[in-house]
Design a protein around this ligand. Structure first.
Ligand SMILES: Nc1ncnc2c1ncn2[C@@H]1O[C@H](COP(=O)(O)OP(=O)(O)OP(=O)(O)O)[C@@H](O)[C@H]1O
Length: 662
């Protein structure tokens, strides 16, 4: 999970303070006759009729979901069967523990939220009444159960992969009830036993990649800014990099023939031994920009894996989410192919023993999520003395409140070479100023700061649309869009884990094959969800921000922000799941005056910078940097536009026009 642990809690708390959650709102919304929400809101005994005040309730965070997901006794009765059939070994508690292992957020970060979460979970776990209800059971709708009772048969979820008895592939944290007492007794969850399946070893699978798109050459039009003393000259072509022969072969097997701008500029900086903070738009090849020169150096230095009791990797790469770090590992595997350099990936939610075994088989490039990395270091399984490269992918995220302390801890180990003796590389599509300042602690003073485009630039190949959709109409609007786009691979982002499950189940019910990914799903389920989405088995992936960064999935044509994120950086990363590698994509964001007002200024800035035609609301069109004619637009938006410096946008509205909009 990593990313969304705390932010979602905070959002839930905010929703609670509004006194009415979105799920409740849906329940009350009389839109769809078959909607799961309606079904349960009409039940007189529904706990939703007496919905507890969330902030004060020990069940806050769980009870509300009961109704929205259509939990029923039948589902609950089926849970023990799920354990047997589904072969689950984990539990919700294990997820909590994993998240703690991996998530510095909960350990060091925003303590208030995590503390309250613990409280909620313990209390709800203690209450026998809760065992049959609420959020605990929500994940139970995933996975499979062979027992249908009448209620299940009528379940709106039936026939969907989320339905009981549905596709096992989606799986589900059926263990949600299993480990409950374990947490209470020990304060720790049961051992995580999940061992991820090894990736395919055949050459074709290793080098599988997708085609760059029609706009690939347009990357060259991006403005490039480099600051720092004597930046090395950029490369014009792969040949100029003088890469080792095996690496050259691997690059061509990967299908790369032309460098992207971030590669042109970053590779010579890294080859020159300089530290680098590199910012370039999503999907523009940052991963290869750091991997290629590192692997090249290792090949030239004759690095090979060996098998001492304690491994000493030459390169450590960290990223904020498990799926992303796995993806980076798979990229590294391509470039080292045919050599004795061994990349290894370790991340939370998997058996620690498995991570250790992987490392012990030889480890030159260690790809890790922060929690698991620190764990392994503290277990003495790796030594840091040989680290020459420290790479922070999604560096702004790695340095923010959530992971910043873990990163500091990492560089503070006495064994870790000081910044003068290692090379530190930071990559992201966004670098807010405060993070740029923090980064100084990690980098040598003469580091190079490379910006392709700007430090918070959305991908110009993504056509962005902002639609004003009131909260209660979002679901219908979503269906309308998904039905009109007919089978396009789509990621739908929401603000809470529960909503991700709910929405995925709801979409399945509407015959739109969907799955979900978020931090409360067990790792096995997360990986299955991603696999189903990549393979096209499920055309829609409903996700929290855990999937917003770095994921490179072929042919995602569409991103929908069902809920806008809290920060503009998150928006940029989310919409960057489409329009990758020169391909085009579409992003639609539902804008709700009441909850999204804070984003308006930064949103407009991002939109105007993409220099493309885009739409704001139904009738206001913004072309290039000029807003042209409108008689209507969301009031909240226009107020913010007025506050924002019109000169910067060179907007063409007059004050009278603006007043008439108000
Ligand atoms: N030179 C190249 N030629 C063709 N394809 C490339 C090249 N470099 C990278 N790619 C491909 O482009 C896609 C996006 O690359 P990558 O995931 O590294 O982007 P990114 O900039 O890290 O994106 P994000 O900011 O979302 O993490 C990948 O599928 C990668 O294989």
């Amino acid at each position: 999970m990593e990313e969304d642990w705390d932010t979602e809690l905070e959002q839930e708390a905010a929703a609670a303070s509004q006194g009415r959650s979105e799920e409740q709102a849906w329940m009350a919304n009389s839109g769809r006759p078959n909607s799961p929400s309606l079904r349960f809101s009409s039940r007189p005994s529904s706990p939703l009729s007496g919905f507890p005040g969330r902030p004060n309730s020990p069940f806050f965070g769980f009870s509300q979901n009961k109704g929205s997901l259509g939990a029923n006794e039948g589902l609950n009765r089926s849970l023990p069967v799920q354990h047997d059939i589904g072969g689950y070994s984990g539990s919700r508690e294990s997820v909590v523990r994993q998240n703690r292992e991996d998530q510095p957020v909960t350990r060091f970060g925003r303590g208030r939220s995590s503390g309250s979460r613990d409280f909620q979970e313990r209390n709800s776990a203690n209450d026998p009444g809760m065992q049959d209800q609420g959020f605990r059971r929500v994940p139970g709708i995933f996975g499979q159960s062979k027992c249908f009772n009448s209620e299940e048969r009528n379940s709106p979820l039936r026939g969907s992969p989320f339905a009981p008895g549905g596709r096992g592939a989606v799986g589900g944290p059926a263990g949600v009830l299993k480990g409950r007492s374990e947490e209470i007794d020990s304060g720790r969850g049961p051992k995580v036993t999940y061992v991820p399946p090894p990736p395919p070893e055949d050459e074709q699978s290793i080098f599988a990649c997708y085609q760059s798109g029609i706009n690939f050459d347009k990357y060259d039009e991006c403005a490039v800014e480099m600051s720092g003393l004597d930046p090395p000259a950029p490369l014009l072509a792969f040949e100029e990099a003088n890469f080792a022969q095996t690496l050259r072969k691997n690059i061509s097997k990967t299908g790369y023939s032309k460098l992207t701008p971030v590669q042109k500029h970053s590779i010579p900086v890294i080859q020159a031994g300089r530290d680098l903070m590199s910012c370039a738009q999503t999907g523009s090849g940052k991963t290869a920009a750091f991997l290629l020169p590192i692997v090249d150096r290792m090949m030239k230095d004759g690095v090979t894996a060996s098998f001492p009791k304690q491994q000493d990797p030459q390169c450590i790469i960290v990223a904020p989410t498990r799926e992303l770090i796995n993806q980076i590992f798979l990229e590294a595997r391509k470039f080292v192919y045919g050599t004795c350099i061994r990349p290894v990936v370790i991340y939370g939610g998997t058996q620690t023993g498995h991570s250790i075994r992987q490392i012990m088989q030889g480890c030159n490039i260690l790809c890790a999520t922060p929690g698991r990395l620190l764990d392994i270091i503290e277990k003495g399984k790796i030594s840091l003395v040989e680290v020459k490269y420290l790479v922070l992918d999604e560096a702004d995220r790695m340095l923010d409140m959530g992971f910043g302390l873990d990163m500091k801890k990492l560089i503070s180990y006495p064994e870790m070479p000081s910044k003068d003796r290692r090379q530190t590389l930071m990559f992201s599509a966004t670098f807010p100023e405060e993070v740029q300042r923090l980064a100084g602690e990690f980098l040598k003073t003469d580091y190079i700061f490379l910006v392709i485009g700007n430090t918070c630039g959305a991908c110009s190949d993504v056509q962005q649309n902002i639609l004003q959709v009131p909260r209660l109409s979002k679901r219908d609007k979503l269906i309308e869009i998904l039905q009109s786009t007919g089978g396009e691979r789509t990621m739908v982002f929401v603000d809470t884990k529960k909503k991700a499950d709910y929405l995925a189940a709801f979409l399945c019910q509407e015959n739109l094959p969907s799955t979900s990914i978020h931090g409360d799903r067990e790792q096995r389920e997360r990986e299955i969800a991603l696999r189903d989405f990549r393979s096209g088995k499920c055309q829609i992936l409903v996700a929290t921000s855990v999937a917003s960064r770095g994921l490179d999935i072929e042919n995602v044509q569409h991103v929908i922000n069902f809920d806008l994120p809290n920060t503009i950086e998150d928006y940029v990363h989310r919409i960057g799941r489409t329009g990758r590698c020169g391909n085009t994509g579409k992003a639609v964001s539902f804008f709700d005056d009441q909850s999204d007002g804070h984003l308006v200024q930064s949103l407009l800035k991002v939109l105007s910078r993409t220099q493309q035609e885009f739409q704001f609301g139904g009738r206001m069109a913004v072309q290039r940097t000029n807003i042209v004619a409108s008689t209507w637009c969301p009031k909240g938006l226009m107020q913010a536009v007025a506050e924002w410096n019109p000169r910067e946008m060179r907007m063409s509205y007059s004050e009278t026009t603006f007043k008439s909009w108000e």
